[in-house]
Design a protein around this ligand. Structure first.
Ligand SMILES: [Fe+2]
Length: 291
């Protein structure tokens, strides 16, 4: 059995420190009422803090020397912002020249107004980061990247949504997947935060941000259920995600949703960081590492 490790991270969301630092006290208090732990820090304009986190992460990851890195979405705060994308390219993108870096689309990368993707925003994402859903193999395991933004809000991309569901079904049913030691999926949105059948309502401990629809943090039940069915049929054990900017794990009958805090601005008590995943002797284990 091949033993190796890889890095999973989420939400570098370059530009968020500028938007969230030095926030007006009333706006910050409203966000805190919605469970978002906005700190009263002085204004940090520009991308200085994003750059510090990204360069620190790349230095640390080089020492770990993983087989690959998966960035689970929200690479930038503002889709299409050239400065924000340039910083991602200079740091994680440059590291990708020596070790594969796999991008996963987040709502801030591909959603119009950070929420609903359309054909134009999807084409732009693909030109910047490559395919929005695909699979790859390493060792004796199979890894599947999904576009959860279209699972969340498919109304402008119904064909794309169906294509991705067909891709997921075909990939999971392939001989290669069936013969794999592990099949692991990655997406930006957590599939669920408590259990696979939870309704599209907010939990007291996970309210949606102000001005966002209820159930903002997860995939709606209607589109979650068929994904969970396919994953269960293929005995997928772990789905890694981000979006929540906090660490969290939910397990339902052998299906684990592992939510990793932000490499960028955290919204809970967990500091900025990334996750080291180890595949060894038939087991998959993971731990969060603070920057
Ligand atoms: Fe997000």
């Amino acid at each position: 059995m091949a033993n190796f490790n890889f890095i999973q991270m989420a939400d570098p969301q370059v530009g968020m420190f500028d938007r969230f630092s030095g926030m007006d006290p009333e706006a910050a208090a409203l966000l805190r009422e919605h469970g978002l732990n906005v700190k009263d820090t002085p204004k940090s304009e520009g991308l200085k803090l994003d750059r510090l986190n990204l360069t620190t992460a790349v230095e640390q990851i080089k020492k770990i020397d993983p087989a690959f890195v998966v960035v689970c979405g929200d690479m930038v705060d503002t889709a299409g912002d050239e400065n924000e994308i340039a910083l991602i390219r200079e740091t994680l993108g440059a590291y990708g020249a020596e070790t594969p870096v796999h991008w996963v689309p987040g709502n801030h990368d591909i959603g119009v107004n950070n929420l609903i993707p359309d054909s134009e925003s999807t084409a732009k994402y693909r030109s910047e980061f490559g395919d929005d859903y695909y699979s790859f193999s390493h060792g004796e395991s199979k890894f599947i990247i999904l576009n959860s933004v279209v699972l969340d809000r498919p109304q402008n991309l119904l064909d794309e949504h169906q294509n991705q569901m067909d891709f997921l079904g075909d990939t999971l049913q392939s001989r290669e997947s069936k013969d794999s030691e592990h099949v692991v999926a990655f997406m930006h949105h957590p599939l669920f935060l408590d259990n696979a059948e939870e309704a599209d309502v907010d939990f007291d401990w996970a309210p949606s941000p102000p001005n966002q629809p209820s159930g903002y943090w997860t995939i709606p039940l209607e589109r979650r259920t068929p994904v969970v069915k396919l994953l269960r049929e293929a005995k997928v054990e772990t789905v890694f995600a981000g979006h929540w900017h906090r660490n969290h794990q939910a397990s339902d009958n052998g299906l684990d949703v592992v939510v990793t805090s932000a490499l960028g601005y955290p919204l809970g008590d967990d500091p900025s960081g990334y996750r080291i995943v180890t595949v060894a002797d038939g087991a998959l284990n993971h731990e969060y590492r603070e920057l």
